[in-house]
Design a protein around this ligand. Structure first.
Ligand code: AMP
Length: 163
């Protein structure tokens, strides 16, 4: 369990921890892969959330998923980009958190994922918490702890004036 003092210091960076939905690039579940590939290459992220028309979170789409669908035994077939949609290749087995979740739960999940989607009770996508933002908060916490509880420096013999 994270101590109250650490959680309080981490909370000082709470506002910056979640990138809100309007600032997160996404694709619609029914989009053709052609469009999804365009979005992925434009935003420069290799994995982004997939939403439905009601802004509910459905899963994640990675560049790898799209490229794999283009490839067959003979090489790359770009015709597949218009033949398939995001629904055909996305990953729906994704760990998510609720807006009111514990910081500790997020930290555990971020061990295995670069970001965690945040949903409301109806499954509507609210944003993401990234490993990067959490690490910034951890960094802030360490520095604040250092200021509040300075640890005495390394033991050094001090010469005293001889009597
Ligand atoms: P970062 O920690 O900033 O490198 O982000 C980690 C991952 O989170 C990225 O590789 C993306 O998959 C995702 N991500 C971060 N910011 C955004 C964003 N604004 N829109 C979509 N995905 C994002």
């Amino acid at each position: 369990m994270i101590s109250r003092a650490i959680e309080e210091l981490m909370s000082e960076k709470k506002d910056a921890m979640m990138i809100t939905a309007e600032n997160v690039a996404n694709v619609m579940v029914g989009n053709p892969l052609e469009h999804a590939l365009l979005v992925l290459s434009k935003v420069g992220y290799s994995k982004i959330p997939v939403l439905d028309k009601g802004d509910r979170f459905i899963g994640l789409l990675s560049l790898n998923d799209v490229v794999n669908k283009m490839m067959d035994l003979n090489g790359i077939d770009t015709k597949n980009l218009s033949k398939y949609t995001v629904a055909d290749v996305m990953n729906t087995e994704i760990d998510v958190v609720k807006e009111n979740c514990e910081l500790e739960d997020i930290m555990h999940l971020l061990v295995d994922a670069a970001f965690i989607p945040v949903l409301d009770d109806d499954g509507v996508f609210k944003g993401i918490v990234t490993r990067r933002e959490i690490l910034k908060a951890v960094n802030h916490t360490f520095h604040e702890l250092d200021k509040k509880r300075p640890v005495s420096g390394k033991f050094v013999l001090q010469p005293t004036a001889s009597k």
